[in-house]
Design a protein around this ligand. Structure first.
Ligand code: TPP
Length: 386
């Protein structure tokens, strides 16, 4: 604290006598936090975005290794889809594709796509994992941290490994996917598809089932932004195959749930139909985002909030589930807010939808659909899907 005080701490205490929250403005100057690159900071000798001898070495090492291969694909820009498609067809290994891979509507790849998400991954016996695109959102991927015996290679436009440095995880640049890429190796068999469809039929108002309803109503050529956190996972598990021309985006990275509504408005600006499927807490983090609407082109925009009354991802995290209800309520930031007045404030159409049979589109320009999934059905769905 002393160190901070010496470097320009401003304390804004509006005469609260310590009985109310205190706002600290911590002003750090550059010399204190060393924002400038310094010659003393050890930079990696090879930049992962440059094709180099080291990257070639990682690449060869992977393909010269033995063992079945499984591909995890996610976060691939639509412009990069043709290269990914060509490569995957040549490889012929099973692919677990997130919606954001933009590969799930590719007819030519359907025979390679593995459905069933985490469940299919849990059954995988692959000894080599090839990540294509951004860091995957699967729990199974994160658990690779502890599985040193699995050889992981990432092919990505971003240099992030997505697993800790304790693991030998290599990231090679996207450009290595040239048509001349040599790929070979024993392939995993496509595992049988676990039947999620029947469960979704049984619990049609569960959160996962809402993803399927939404995927059926979203038209061709739409731009769809999946907001963190459960919507991404539930969409990957439950959505139908997208209609042709649908493109998917999501934010994966340091900013977390900040600015999701704004990012969606920017990413989908050129689309004639632009959809955001987002959690309630994430929406609450970005309430000022719609200020820009009057400056955007006219388009159909659907801001679909899955309002489950808080950050429910935390009720799906193993060790948190065992906490007492008070602690969980605090971590989830439970609330009973409605988004109606917020929607009206920004002159957006508003609908509250609690039953899947009420879901239908209309001619409104920008509309907020607040979906309240059935909590009991959601719980029952996850208990059965385990
Ligand atoms: C800026 C930021 N703060 C906090 C987090 C931690 N975080 C991850 S998911 C989440 C809750 C999201 O809640 P909601 O949008 O309601 O989605 P749900 O979990 O219910 O699907 C939080 C707080 C984060 N990712 N980013």
């Amino acid at each position: 604290m002393e160190a901070i005080a010496n470097h320009g701490l401003q304390m804004v205490d509006a005469n609260t006598n310590g009985h109310a929250p205190i706002h600290f403005n911590v002003c750090l100057d550059e010399s204190f936090v060393q924002l400038e690159p310094s010659s003393e900071v050890g930079l990696r000798p090879e930049h992962p975005l440059v094709i180099s001898h080291l990257n070639q070495h990682y690449w060869d090492e992977f393909w010269n290794d033995d063992g079945e291969i499984i591909v995890l694909a996610g976060g691939i820009h639509p412009d990069d889809v043709p290269a990914a498609r060509e490569f995957l067809l040549k490889l012929g290994a099973p692919v677990v594709a997130e919606a954001t891979s933009n590969l799930t509507a590719e007819e030519s790849l359907l025979h390679l796509l593995v459905l069933g998400g985490e469940r299919a991954l849990a059954a995988s016996t692959a000894k080599r994992v090839l990540r294509l695109g951004a860091v995957p959102s699967w729990r199974w991927w994160r658990d690779l941290e502890k599985r040193e015996e699995v050889h992981v290679l990432s092919i990505s436009r971003a240099p992030f490994r997505g697993l800790a440095r304790s693991r030998d995880v290599s990231v090679v640049p996207w450009e290595m996917l040239s048509p001349r890429s040599q790929v070979q190796g024993p392939k995993s068999e496509n595992s049988p598809v676990p039947a999620v469809g029947e469960l979704l039929d049984s619990y049609p108002n569960s959160e996962a089932a809402w993803m399927r309803h939404l995927s059926r109503i979203i038209p061709s050529d739409a731009s769809v932004f999946l907001g963190n956190s459960l919507p991404i996972r539930e969409w990957n598990l439950a959505a139908d195959k997208p209609k042709s021309g649908t493109v998917f985006f999501a934010n994966r990275g340091a900013n977390g749930i900040d600015g999701l509504v704004s990012t969606w408005l920017g990413v989908g600006e050129e689309a004639s139909s632009s959809w955001l499927i987002v959690g309630d807490l994430s929406t609450l983090y970005d309430l000022s985002a719609p200020w820009i609407l009057p400056q955007l082109k006219k388009a159909k925009r659907r801001l679909v909030i899955i309002n489950n009354g808080g950050g429910k991802i935390f009720s799906r995290v193993g060790w948190l589930r065992d906490l007492d209800d008070k602690a969980r309520a605090m971590i989830e930031n439970r609330h009973a807010l409605s988004f109606e007045h917020w929607a009206r404030m920004w002159r957006m159409d508003y609908r509250l939808i609690t039953d899947w049979r009420e879901l239908c589109d209309d001619d409104a320009e920008t509309a907020v659909w607040e979906i309240r999934p059935d909590e009991m059905e959601t719980e029952a769905f996850w208990l059965s899907w385990k």
